[in-house]
Design a protein around this ligand. Structure first.
Ligand SMILES: Cc1ncc(COP(=O)(O)O)c(C=O)c1O
Length: 283
């Protein structure tokens, strides 16, 4: 079954009263595509369910997802801990861009959770990890870092682009927010650029607010990027934050294929791992 493509910016309301209800947030119907669209919503529900989350926001690119989460969760004077390595544009976003807004950062080795613990400061508001990490596949212990985040009362954000939800669901290990460049394995066809942010089930009290804030921030961020967009700005500033239509339907078509592909890849990856383990044990 295919999801209909709602290729529209604006929606008609059955009555002025219903329009007023929607704008007041008392009715769920769509208003304006940047804020919500049934096609985007179908993708958001699918990715939230794959990640075992309570809800998701789909974005135009993976970097739009990264930027939206950082802008939604951090304020001036905050400190963020990131693991090393991170995807280059994400690391650059944190060090070169967030620093302009008075947000400090510390990067620690992904492979040593105790370094995350040591890097905590009273003003630390977020731990951001990527595992396996781009580009060298370093692994972080999600459960160990989630328990450090919980102890500090701050959220753990995991970029799950590389493994994808078919192989790893960070929320099940304690992550609060999971994000994706769906451009990669989730779409699986190399024909779409897209991203997603998923919130964890146990954020039920705060998650609806968090997701609503993400929607708002993504709307605000789109305006911010337009203002900042100049020849010398990074490539993500030229990216619209929200997108919908047939591109999102393509991503959903990819979900089914990726599951099948993973079943083919996984035994090969396990065999290669076994050969490497055998070599390491016997050398
Ligand atoms: C781990 C990771 N996160 C985020 C991104 C950014 O995604 P996009 O290219 O869809 O903006 C990438 C892109 O390569 C990535 O590898």
């Amino acid at each position: 079954m295919s999801v209909p493509i709602y290729q529209t910016s604006t929606f008609a309301f059955p009555s002025a009263e219903e329009g007023a209800e929607r704008f007041a947030g008392r009715s769920d119907g769509p208003i304006y595509t940047r804020l919500g669209n049934p096609t985007s919503q179908a993708l958001e529900e699918a990715v939230a369910s794959l990640e075992n989350g309570c809800g998701a926001v789909a974005t135009a690119t993976g970097m739009a997802a990264v930027t939206t989460v950082l802008l939604a969760l951090l304020r001036q004077g905050d400190h963020v801990i990131g693991t090393r390595p991170l995807y280059g544009a994400t690391a650059q976003m944190i060090t070169d861009r967030l620093s302009r807004f008075g947000i400090d950062s510390t990067f620690v080795a992904a492979t040593d959770a105790s370094e995350v613990q040591r890097a905590l400061r009273p003003e630390t508001r977020l731990i951001y990890i990527e595992t396996p990490a781009n580009p060298n596949m370093d692994l972080a212990d999600i459960a160990a870092i989630a328990s450090i985040a919980r102890g500090a009362g701050i959220p753990l954000v995991v970029d799950n682009t590389f493994a994808g939800p078919h192989l790893q669901r960070p929320i099940e290990f304690g992550a609060d927010v999971v994000l994706h460049s769906m451009t990669k394995s989730l779409n699986g066809h190399s024909d779409v650029v897209a991203g997603a942010v998923v919130a964890a089930v146990w954020m039920t009290v705060s998650a609806p607010t968090f997701l609503a804030e993400l929607m708002l921030d993504s709307a605000l961020a789109a305006g911010l990027y337009r203002r900042l967009d100049s020849a010398d700005e990074g490539h993500w500033f030229r990216t619209a934050i929200k997108r919908t239509g047939w591109l999102f339907v393509c991503v959903m078509l990819g979900f089914a294929l990726v599951g099948a592909l993973m079943q083919t890849y996984a035994p090969h990856a396990t065999s290669i791992g076994e050969v490497i383990r055998h070599y390491l044990v016997n050398q």
